[in-house]
Design a protein around this ligand. Structure first.
Ligand SMILES: Cc1cc2nc3c(=O)[nH]c(=O)nc-3n(C[C@H](O)[C@H](O)[C@H](O)COP(=O)(O)OP(=O)(O)OC[C@H]3O[C@@H](n4cnc5c(N)ncnc54)[C@H](O)[C@@H]3O)c2cc1C
Length: 389
């Protein structure tokens, strides 16, 4: 009997799983693979901030799915609106329902607004290519309407990986276009890149400040209206462009799905082998909270999704064949963060110095993106992307 394996999402989780599943199946005839995502391209999301400076980078980081999958894998471009785990069916916005025998959820995450008054209404977000292009357009427009005496105020809320890298690209845009822009990076916790090593935090702060980014840490954004961001009890910043990168939550379409999930953020609980409480449904990437040794789940990073996907495809094939599943453990290979043209690397495997910048960090940042693009497509696309990463 032919088994239907369905993979949802074309991010690191989905694209990576398709690659490893196809490799593992190696043309096995009694398995049909269907890949479903709302865009017909894979977005290298961890480099999407580059499009804020230069929209033409989209050609390098939006990779058509037909360049990734094998012809035997069916692709449906549509939005997943629900999953019925009893009927083993996926409901789509436009197309007919899709049935599955085994399913992998790799739908990523969406921006969390934490109920902050006015934030959702007024802030731009960065979770897709369209988001990045919208931020570019807004910044360009605000700069056109500003002057040296009255510069455009760009406020970025949340100094995690997305916020820091966004601030770096806005600074590059400002410098390349000699644009009158003030940049403010606001973080509620005590330092940029909260919960990371102090040496890394210090190195990032130094480069952000050198790029002319005003950093405000230690007070949370409490309210936003159409002109002003209110911070803590006393502070406020007027803005022309507000970008919110302060947190993630599970996708809305997962909210009512009958799987064991975190109550607040509806990210799906999964074992180390990616199986959820329904043995036919697997979940990885930002959509999932994957059990790991210790008390923390795997982190919501491209690095973790990429690593997990390499094993997830194999486990789907093993499930189909009734073989035992492999258990995955996340290996932290360190952190590399760009601040515009510069970068900082920390705790990168086998490097004798813990935290470093300069050309080695910049090359490492490029190499990570190029390696991923090479893994999912080939060396030609990776080489094309290299100058813009
Ligand atoms: C600006 C930025 C910089 C980052 N920098 C880094 C970094 O330096 N290092 C790092 O490790 N991580 C970084 N991250 C985090 C990293 O990008 C995410 O952790 C990673 O993308 C998660 O992979 P994923 O496949 O789970 O989700 P995604 O990459 O978000 O993919 C989800 C996929 O599902 C599709 N989808 C979503 N909802 C639906 C639906 N309802 N129906 C159909 N399709 C749907 C999406 O279109 C997409 O194809 C960064 C993120 C951002 C935004």
């Amino acid at each position: 009997m032919t088994e239907n394996v369905v993979v949802l999402g074309a991010g690191y989780a989905g694209a990576g799983t398709i690659k490893s599943l196809e490799d593992e199946l190696n043309g096995e005839v009694d398995v049909d693979v269907t890949w479903i995502s709302e865009t017909d391209y894979h977005l290298v999301l961890h480099e999407s901030h580059r499009c804020i400076r230069d929209p033409s980078v989209q050609e390098k980081i939006a990779i058509p799915v037909h360049e990734i999958k094998q012809p035997s894998t069916a692709f449906i471009q549509d939005e997943v609106v629900d999953i019925d785990t009893d009927a083993q069916e996926i409901a789509l916005a436009e197309s007919d329902t899709v049935e599955y025998d085994y399913l992998l959820v790799g739908l990523g995450s969406q921006t969390a607004f934490f109920g902050i008054d006015g934030l959702k209404e007024h802030a731009l977000t960065l979770k897709s290519l369209d988001d990045a292009l919208e931020i570019h357009d807004n910044i360009q427009q605000a700069a056109r309407e500003a002057s040296t005496n009255d510069p455009a105020q760009v406020v970025i809320g949340g100094a995690g990986l997305s916020g820091i890298q966004t601030a770096g690209e806005v600074a590059e845009f400002r410098d390349e276009h000699n644009a009158p822009i003030d940049i403010h990076l606001v973080e509620g916790l005590d330092q940029v890149l909260p919960n990371s090593d102090p040496e890394l935090q210090g190195a990032l702060r130094k480069r952000l400040e050198a790029a002319g980014v005003n950093i405000k840490c230690g007070e949370f954004i409490g309210e936003v209206d159409e002109e002003t961001v209110y911070i803590g009890d006393e502070d406020e910043l007027d803005y022309e462009v507000l970008v919110w990168t302060g947190g993630i939550t599970g996708r809305d379409c997962m909210q009512d799905v009958d799987l064991d999930k975190d109550e607040r953020n509806h990210r799906v609980h999964a074992e180390g082998n990616f199986q959820t409480d329904d043995e036919r449904v697997f979940a990885i990437g930002d959509s999932a909270l994957i059990d790991q040794p210790g008390d923390q789940p795997a982190p919501p990073t491209a690095q973790a999704a990429w690593q997990a996907a390499e094993v997830a495809g194999e486990n789907l094939a093993r499930a189909v064949r009734g073989q035992p599943l492999k258990t995955w453990t996340h290996k932290d290979k360190g952190t590399v963060v760009s601040v515009g043209e510069k970068a900082v690397a920390h705790d990168v495997m086998n490097m004798p110095i813990e935290t470093f910048g300069g050309l080695p960090a910049k090359l490492l940042k490029k190499a990570i993106a190029a390696r991923w693009i090479n893994d999912v497509t080939g060396v030609g696309r990776a080489a094309k992307a290299w100058p813009d990463m």
